[in-house]
Design a protein around this ligand. Sequence first.
Ligand code: A2P
Length: 339
Amino acid sequence: MAKQYRVAVCGATGAVGNQMIGCLEERNFPISELRLLASERSRGKTLTYKGEQVPVQVLGQGSFKGMDVALFSAGGSTSEQWAPLAWKEGAVVVDNSSAWRMDPDVPLVVPEVNPQDIAQYKNKGIIANPNCSTIQMVVVLGPIHNLARIERVVVSTYQAVSGTGQKAIVELQDQLKALYEGRPVEHKVYPYQIAMNLIPHIDVFKDNGYTKEEMKMVLETQKIMGDSSIKVTATCVRVPVVYGHSEAVNITTARQISPEDVRRVLAQAPGVKLVDDPANKRYPMPLEAAGQDLTYVGRIRQDISQERGIDLWLVADNIRKGAATNAVQIAEILTRDYL
Ligand code: A2P
């Protein structure tokens, strides 16, 4: 019989944690024991896995004893504190927070781009799952970089509220209902109403005028692609979409390539679905990509402002490929090749 693994999900009751459980089930991950962890608030709760009710345990000392792998999605401070302890207790951590991503000893992995970096998990027992917007972008940029070396990337994102967590999904739904019923709109999660609006502000502002989310796209892209010479500038915007981040991406390549070259390479690329038929109104949209694991790409065209420029548009489910699926894919390679 194939080897089975003991898997913990830390942050199991959250938007991403819940999807992690769904992905483990869908992908038939070889599990002998599933341990679900959350905060004190979730004491007494159960969650369903393969038709069975699994009790949620409160995270604490000993939570990772006997576990082989721990998938974390319980926020940065929880990861900072608990990921090293999980490794001490014997579990390799795949961490969805930003806490460890830029640590030079921690691999930052998108399986379609740099699966070989998983080997470095032994340094600290932690593998970092990149930022959602970065994952879907590098799935598409990786094959183009191999073809013609990307020198510069200009990206604008249109990010769904689910990226903020379950409470933000509820906030958008409540605001839409309030608007429909003519009641005053309340906001707690975002600094402004998000329904019928958009907010060009994700995560905190840095001294250079960029937000932390934008700087994540810059630094994580370079780390995953293993090339710090790629210049990246980003503007990240929250939009009133529930699932699916969209991105308008402009790239400058070292060698001139045509939109047809890009289509050809992306048609073969793992994890990518080409949806690029404007004559028939076919282009990627969040409602189509939601619930899927592929990154949808279209609107591929020559940048008319420069010779070595290409414009494209890409969309992926931020909770699936942007978080849960990517983490489970990492865990699949980790267990298959290293544990
Ligand atoms: P809980 O539901 O018990 O608060 P989201 O990103 O959707 O808001 O989810 C965050 C996840 O992280 C939830 O499962 C939440 O559990 C969990 N979490 C947050 N803080 C802690 C903590 N200090 N210890 C354990 N789990 C935590």
